[in-house]
Design a protein around this ligand. Sequence first.
Ligand SMILES: Nc1nc2c(ncn2[C@@H]2O[C@H](COP(=O)(O)OP(=O)(O)O)[C@@H](O)[C@H]2O)c(=O)[nH]1
Ligand SMILES: [Mg+2]
Length: 435
Amino acid sequence: MTGLSDTIAAIATAPGSAGVGIVRVSGPAALRVADAVFAGRSRPSRTPGGRFLYGAFRSGSGDSIDEGLCLIFRGPHSYTGEDVAELQSHGSPAVLARLLERVLEVGARAARPGEFTLRAYLGGRLDLTQAEAVLSLVNAQTDAARRQATLGLSGAIAARVSVVAEAVTRTLAAIQAMLDYPDEGVPEEERGEPLLRAEAELAGLLGTARAGQIATRGARLALLGRPNAGKSSLLNALLGYERSIVTPIAGTTRDYLEAQLELAGVPITLVDTAGLRETADEIEAAGVRQAQLLGQNADLVLLLEDGSAAREPLDIASDAPTLRIQTKIDLGQRWQAPGFLLVSAVTGAGLPELREAVRAALLGNQTRGEAWLTTERQADAARRALMHIAAARHLPDDLAGYELEQALGALAELTGRDVQEDVVDAVFRNFCVGK
Ligand SMILES: Nc1nc2c(ncn2[C@@H]2O[C@H](COP(=O)(O)OP(=O)(O)O)[C@@H](O)[C@H]2O)c(=O)[nH]1
Ligand SMILES: [Mg+2]
């Protein structure tokens, strides 16, 4: 990890042409860098407080690169907590490249991905769950993702964690106070009950992890079933347009294909696969093997069986949650079995129920307004903390104390108060440059 002594700069806006583009500069020399690049009525470094100035951006020889605004944020009242200058020019790739080049000439260094947010984290302005929420917000494609990211950014995840940490800390203090008087032991109301509540609270939070990750990164749904079960037709019906080729000839879909849609605010990748059957066709056989693999890696499998033909029950080896679907019910149901959703791709019957079942399978009954855990890193730390708290409840005081210390360590990792450098690096590696 880098020190905070240098000044970093990057183009903060997306590549391509736009009305406005921003070069962001942060660090102790940010305002001096702005002085060297920007010519306006006042010098950025002489301007008190947060301001914006209008003027020209100049090259080393004094030529104008462009006109625009210089926004000044004096630390600690900035995103990073350091002095920050934001140079707003026209959003042209040529202008921004030249402007950044000039900023680097006069003493800034090119920022690495996520380095502005890393500085905000290192400066204590954001905890790690908030930094992760920044990343989610930048990448949010749907409203559900945006909502969770906004909650995370507000510190709502950390707030839920601190409720647990406080209960654990109180119990640990009670245990430590009693260690000097081993004959007495910690009374049950200071130990068993608070820990039970902390455990329930943390288990509730951990229960949001699947929904939170799915809302944030989206979900992969694999359509599996025998040839002609109606997989491609169902994909097209869900999409509302003909994406996949549909024919009465079994084995039409020999490869797999993906389509994007949004369901209950979740970005979904729907994967149509080759039908599952024994086949002598080498290409189709490869498709069948691939289908099985796709099923294993999906967040949810839709397993289709033709309801208009005699039933040959189908089982697949997949650990992914599975919805069983009886297709073509407009042709009449040739068989009945419990636990099947009934759909027709032709009439659209059963599609609303299917969409609702998908939503429930992906998001469960998590309350929308609550903060969910949104990354595997958070879930892993929560899981370890839960394990230690559960263990502590059944152990004698001295051993319980050790478990509770471990639990607090895991909770501190969750929010990033006490976390390994490589974990922090891994979080910020996923950011774009300029954020
Ligand atoms: N009547 C009716 N026919 C369907 C339905 N879904 C699929 N089919 C027909 O069943 C055949 C196989 O469908 P297809 O989607 O290609 O199945 P896949 O091999 O599983 O992808 C085609 O002739 C479709 O027109 C449905 O809901 N109702
Ligand atoms: Mg098909």
